[in-house]
Design a protein around this ligand. Structure first.
Ligand code: URA
Length: 222
Protein backbone atom coordinates (compact mmCIF):
# COMPACT_ATOMS: atom_id res chain seq x y z
CA UNK A 1 0.00 0.00 0.00
CA UNK A 2 1.41 3.43 -0.82
CA UNK A 3 2.36 5.78 2.04
CA UNK A 4 -0.46 8.29 1.43
CA UNK A 5 -3.14 5.57 1.57
CA UNK A 6 -1.63 4.08 4.71
CA UNK A 7 -1.61 7.49 6.40
CA UNK A 8 -5.25 8.11 5.47
CA UNK A 9 -6.27 4.83 7.07
CA UNK A 10 -4.57 5.61 10.35
CA UNK A 11 -5.98 9.08 11.05
CA UNK A 12 -9.16 9.56 13.06
CA UNK A 13 -12.35 11.22 11.81
CA UNK A 14 -11.56 14.28 13.94
CA UNK A 15 -8.14 14.56 12.29
CA UNK A 16 -9.74 14.20 8.85
CA UNK A 17 -12.17 17.03 9.68
CA UNK A 18 -9.24 19.16 10.86
CA UNK A 19 -7.43 18.48 7.59
CA UNK A 20 -10.53 19.49 5.63
CA UNK A 21 -10.69 22.74 7.61
CA UNK A 22 -7.00 23.41 6.92
CA UNK A 23 -7.64 22.93 3.23
CA UNK A 24 -10.27 25.72 3.36
CA UNK A 25 -13.50 23.77 3.96
CA UNK A 26 -15.09 25.31 7.10
CA UNK A 27 -18.31 23.41 7.19
CA UNK A 28 -18.65 19.83 6.21
CA UNK A 29 -22.39 19.46 6.79
CA UNK A 30 -23.71 23.00 6.35
CA UNK A 31 -25.17 25.46 8.87
CA UNK A 32 -28.47 23.75 9.49
CA UNK A 33 -27.09 20.29 9.95
CA UNK A 34 -28.88 18.45 12.78
CA UNK A 35 -27.59 14.99 13.67
CA UNK A 36 -30.14 12.28 12.91
CA UNK A 37 -31.04 11.04 16.36
CA UNK A 38 -34.03 8.83 17.09
CA UNK A 39 -36.16 11.79 18.23
CA UNK A 40 -35.65 13.59 14.92
CA UNK A 41 -36.32 10.43 12.97
CA UNK A 42 -39.62 9.85 14.83
CA UNK A 43 -40.58 13.47 14.20
CA UNK A 44 -39.87 13.06 10.48
CA UNK A 45 -41.90 9.85 10.42
CA UNK A 46 -44.84 11.72 11.97
CA UNK A 47 -44.49 14.55 9.44
CA UNK A 48 -44.43 12.04 6.61
CA UNK A 49 -47.64 10.28 7.69
CA UNK A 50 -49.70 12.78 9.70
CA UNK A 51 -51.97 13.41 6.70
CA UNK A 52 -51.92 9.80 5.51
CA UNK A 53 -54.90 8.87 3.31
CA UNK A 54 -53.81 5.34 2.47
CA UNK A 55 -56.74 3.51 4.07
CA UNK A 56 -60.40 4.12 4.91
CA UNK A 57 -59.67 4.93 8.57
CA UNK A 58 -58.32 8.28 7.37
CA UNK A 59 -61.87 9.27 6.34
CA UNK A 60 -63.27 9.13 9.88
CA UNK A 61 -60.31 9.96 12.11
CA UNK A 62 -59.70 13.30 13.78
CA UNK A 63 -56.04 12.71 14.53
CA UNK A 64 -53.32 10.44 13.26
CA UNK A 65 -51.96 8.98 16.54
CA UNK A 66 -48.41 7.89 15.88
CA UNK A 67 -47.37 7.18 19.48
CA UNK A 68 -45.42 8.86 22.26
CA UNK A 69 -42.67 8.36 24.78
CA UNK A 70 -38.93 7.85 24.96
CA UNK A 71 -37.43 7.62 21.48
CA UNK A 72 -34.61 5.47 22.91
CA UNK A 73 -36.88 3.30 25.05
CA UNK A 74 -35.76 -0.21 25.90
CA UNK A 75 -39.38 -1.34 26.24
CA UNK A 76 -42.12 -0.52 23.79
CA UNK A 77 -45.85 -1.20 24.31
CA UNK A 78 -48.07 -1.83 21.30
CA UNK A 79 -51.87 -1.72 21.53
CA UNK A 80 -54.49 -2.21 18.85
CA UNK A 81 -55.60 1.21 17.67
CA UNK A 82 -56.63 4.62 19.05
CA UNK A 83 -60.00 4.89 20.81
CA UNK A 84 -62.23 7.95 21.12
CA UNK A 85 -60.06 9.94 23.55
CA UNK A 86 -56.88 9.06 21.68
CA UNK A 87 -58.47 10.23 18.42
CA UNK A 88 -59.50 13.52 20.06
CA UNK A 89 -56.19 14.19 21.82
CA UNK A 90 -53.82 12.72 19.22
CA UNK A 91 -52.05 10.63 21.89
CA UNK A 92 -52.06 6.88 22.51
CA UNK A 93 -53.63 5.31 25.60
CA UNK A 94 -55.06 8.42 27.25
CA UNK A 95 -58.65 7.18 27.80
CA UNK A 96 -59.78 4.77 30.51
CA UNK A 97 -57.68 1.87 29.18
CA UNK A 98 -54.74 4.24 28.98
CA UNK A 99 -55.15 5.32 32.59
CA UNK A 100 -55.07 1.67 33.59
CA UNK A 101 -51.96 1.11 31.45
CA UNK A 102 -50.22 4.02 33.19
CA UNK A 103 -51.10 2.45 36.57
CA UNK A 104 -49.83 -0.96 35.41
CA UNK A 105 -46.52 0.63 34.40
CA UNK A 106 -46.23 2.42 37.74
CA UNK A 107 -46.84 -0.89 39.52
CA UNK A 108 -43.67 -2.26 37.94
CA UNK A 109 -41.73 0.97 38.54
CA UNK A 110 -41.87 2.18 34.96
CA UNK A 111 -42.70 5.81 34.25
CA UNK A 112 -44.87 6.25 31.19
CA UNK A 113 -42.30 8.72 29.79
CA UNK A 114 -39.49 6.17 29.99
CA UNK A 115 -41.14 3.72 27.56
CA UNK A 116 -42.59 4.15 24.06
CA UNK A 117 -46.31 3.55 23.54
CA UNK A 118 -47.98 3.04 20.18
CA UNK A 119 -50.57 0.96 18.33
CA UNK A 120 -50.82 -1.43 15.39
CA UNK A 121 -52.98 1.08 13.47
CA UNK A 122 -52.56 4.80 13.97
CA UNK A 123 -56.12 5.96 13.21
CA UNK A 124 -59.24 5.13 15.19
CA UNK A 125 -61.40 2.33 13.79
CA UNK A 126 -65.04 3.56 13.88
CA UNK A 127 -66.95 2.48 17.03
CA UNK A 128 -63.67 0.95 18.26
CA UNK A 129 -64.13 -2.10 16.07
CA UNK A 130 -61.07 -4.30 15.45
CA UNK A 131 -58.81 -2.98 12.71
CA UNK A 132 -59.38 -4.88 9.45
CA UNK A 133 -56.70 -6.83 7.60
CA UNK A 134 -56.25 -4.23 4.83
CA UNK A 135 -55.98 -1.41 7.40
CA UNK A 136 -53.36 -3.35 9.35
CA UNK A 137 -51.30 -4.22 6.30
CA UNK A 138 -51.37 -0.61 5.09
CA UNK A 139 -50.34 0.82 8.45
CA UNK A 140 -47.83 -1.75 9.62
CA UNK A 141 -44.76 -0.34 7.83
CA UNK A 142 -45.03 2.63 10.23
CA UNK A 143 -44.79 0.35 13.29
CA UNK A 144 -41.79 -1.46 11.80
CA UNK A 145 -40.12 1.87 11.06
CA UNK A 146 -40.73 2.92 14.71
CA UNK A 147 -39.15 -0.33 15.89
CA UNK A 148 -36.17 0.25 13.59
CA UNK A 149 -35.66 3.78 14.93
CA UNK A 150 -36.21 3.09 18.64
CA UNK A 151 -34.52 -0.32 18.71
CA UNK A 152 -36.25 -1.55 21.87
CA UNK A 153 -35.00 -4.66 23.64
CA UNK A 154 -38.51 -5.83 24.51
CA UNK A 155 -41.83 -5.18 22.80
CA UNK A 156 -44.88 -5.87 24.93
CA UNK A 157 -47.91 -6.58 22.75
CA UNK A 158 -51.15 -5.58 24.48
CA UNK A 159 -53.81 -8.03 23.38
CA UNK A 160 -54.35 -10.54 20.62
CA UNK A 161 -54.24 -8.18 17.60
CA UNK A 162 -50.79 -6.79 18.47
CA UNK A 163 -49.55 -10.23 19.57
CA UNK A 164 -50.58 -11.94 16.33
CA UNK A 165 -49.12 -9.15 14.28
CA UNK A 166 -45.74 -9.02 16.01
CA UNK A 167 -45.42 -12.80 16.15
CA UNK A 168 -46.80 -13.26 12.62
CA UNK A 169 -49.26 -15.83 13.95
CA UNK A 170 -53.00 -16.35 13.87
CA UNK A 171 -53.60 -17.76 17.32
CA UNK A 172 -55.31 -17.14 20.63
CA UNK A 173 -54.02 -14.81 23.33
CA UNK A 174 -53.70 -17.85 25.60
CA UNK A 175 -51.16 -19.39 23.22
CA UNK A 176 -49.00 -16.27 23.23
CA UNK A 177 -49.25 -14.94 26.78
CA UNK A 178 -46.53 -15.07 29.42
CA UNK A 179 -43.62 -16.16 27.17
CA UNK A 180 -40.75 -14.37 25.47
CA UNK A 181 -40.34 -14.83 21.73
CA UNK A 182 -36.96 -13.85 20.29
CA UNK A 183 -37.31 -11.83 17.09
CA UNK A 184 -34.47 -10.18 15.12
CA UNK A 185 -33.06 -7.77 17.70
CA UNK A 186 -35.80 -7.78 20.28
CA UNK A 187 -38.03 -10.03 22.35
CA UNK A 188 -41.81 -10.00 22.04
CA UNK A 189 -43.95 -10.53 25.13
CA UNK A 190 -47.75 -10.68 25.00
CA UNK A 191 -50.23 -9.86 27.75
CA UNK A 192 -53.86 -8.80 28.12
CA UNK A 193 -55.04 -5.54 26.61
CA UNK A 194 -55.90 -3.03 29.39
CA UNK A 195 -59.39 -2.55 27.86
CA UNK A 196 -60.07 -6.25 28.40
CA UNK A 197 -59.13 -5.82 32.07
CA UNK A 198 -61.77 -3.13 32.47
CA UNK A 199 -64.43 -5.68 31.48
CA UNK A 200 -62.79 -8.74 33.04
CA UNK A 201 -61.18 -7.69 36.33
CA UNK A 202 -60.47 -11.38 37.07
CA UNK A 203 -57.70 -11.14 34.43
CA UNK A 204 -55.83 -8.53 36.48
CA UNK A 205 -54.05 -11.18 38.57
CA UNK A 206 -52.58 -13.07 35.58
CA UNK A 207 -51.68 -9.71 34.04
CA UNK A 208 -49.81 -8.79 37.20
CA UNK A 209 -47.87 -12.07 36.93
CA UNK A 210 -47.08 -11.28 33.28
CA UNK A 211 -45.84 -7.82 34.20
CA UNK A 212 -43.51 -9.25 36.82
CA UNK A 213 -42.09 -11.66 34.21
CA UNK A 214 -41.63 -8.71 31.89
CA UNK A 215 -39.78 -6.74 34.53
CA UNK A 216 -37.53 -9.64 35.50
CA UNK A 217 -36.48 -10.09 31.88
CA UNK A 218 -35.96 -6.36 31.46
CA UNK A 219 -33.67 -6.29 34.52
CA UNK A 220 -31.65 -9.17 33.06
CA UNK A 221 -31.06 -7.56 29.69
CA UNK A 222 -30.75 -3.87 30.53
N1 URA B 1 -56.75 0.98 22.99
C1 URA B 1 -55.67 0.80 22.20
O1 URA B 1 -55.42 -0.29 21.71
N2 URA B 1 -54.88 1.83 21.98
C2 URA B 1 -55.09 3.02 22.48
O2 URA B 1 -54.30 3.91 22.22
C3 URA B 1 -56.21 3.18 23.34
C4 URA B 1 -57.04 2.15 23.57
Amino acid sequence: MNKAKNFERQITIEQKLELLKLSGIDEVFGKNFIPENSKNLLKKLFEEFQNCQKCKLSKTRNNFVIGEGNSDAEIMFVGEGPGMQEDIQGKPFVGSAGKLLTKMLKAINLERESVYITNVVKCRPPQNRNPEADEISTCIPILYKQIEIIQPKIICALGKVAGNLLLKKDTTLGNMRGKFFQKENYKVFVTYHPSALLYHPQWKKPTWEDLQMLMNEYKKIS
